[in-house]
Design a protein around this ligand. Structure first.
Ligand SMILES: [Zn+2]
Length: 179
């Protein structure tokens, strides 16, 4: 149970990834919505809703309802999201903040919290052609939008939520912790 407000897992479908060894990986994409006392927070944002088949060998099995419909069922709209904590910038976690087809932010009123290390590491990898799952379009947009808040290490969103820079899965990886 979440100690403050409510926590809801959102359904962004599944990614079917063809691996080089012939195997296949099925990855659920499930951002989390936290309704805290003063604000609505997403931890990760799922996939770019305008996603074309950018990555070869990856198929997106769409959810039954899109994100807007899932939030509506909880009495919310995309405009109500005040903060998005991006754990890292792989497409299945960070891609959902920017709609590439409309060239517009998905959450127009949200601050988008990212470790600066994640941006620079993503750009560095993309420049060397080595990052398949981070969109250069997303990186460029996060570097110029006033919605993005860049963090260095641990930080606190509010009394109810702290964020810790863990590294690990990616060098700029961060996690949100209640309390
Ligand atoms: Zn990842």
């Amino acid at each position: 149970m979440f100690p403050f407000g409510e926590a809801h897992e959102l359904d962004f479908g599944r990614l079917l990834i063809q691996r080089a060894n012939g195997g296949r990986l099925l990855l659920p994409v499930a951002p989390c919505m936290l309704r805290l006392t003063q604000r609505v927070v997403l931890v990760d944002a799922g996939l770019d809703p305008g996603l074309a088949d950018r990555v070869e060998g990856v198929e997106w099995q769409r959810p039954v309802r899109d994100l807007a419909a899932q939030l509506e069922a909880l009495g919310l709209t995309l405009d109500d999201v005040g903060d998005v904590v991006l754990t890292h910038l792989h497409d299945d976690h960070g891609g959902g903040v920017f709609d590439r087809r409309r060239e517009a932010p998905v959450f127009p009123n949200a601050r988008l919290h990212v470790q600066e290390l994640a941006l620079w590491q993503g750009l560095d990898r993309a420049a060397r052609g080595g990052e398949r799952f981070v969109s250069p379009v997303l990186l460029d947009w996060l570097l110029q939008t006033p919605q993005a808040v860049h963090h260095h290490g641990d930080w606190r969103l509010c009394d109810e939520l702290a964020v810790t820079h863990t590294g690990g899965h990616t060098p700029g990886h961060q996690i949100a912790l209640a309390g």
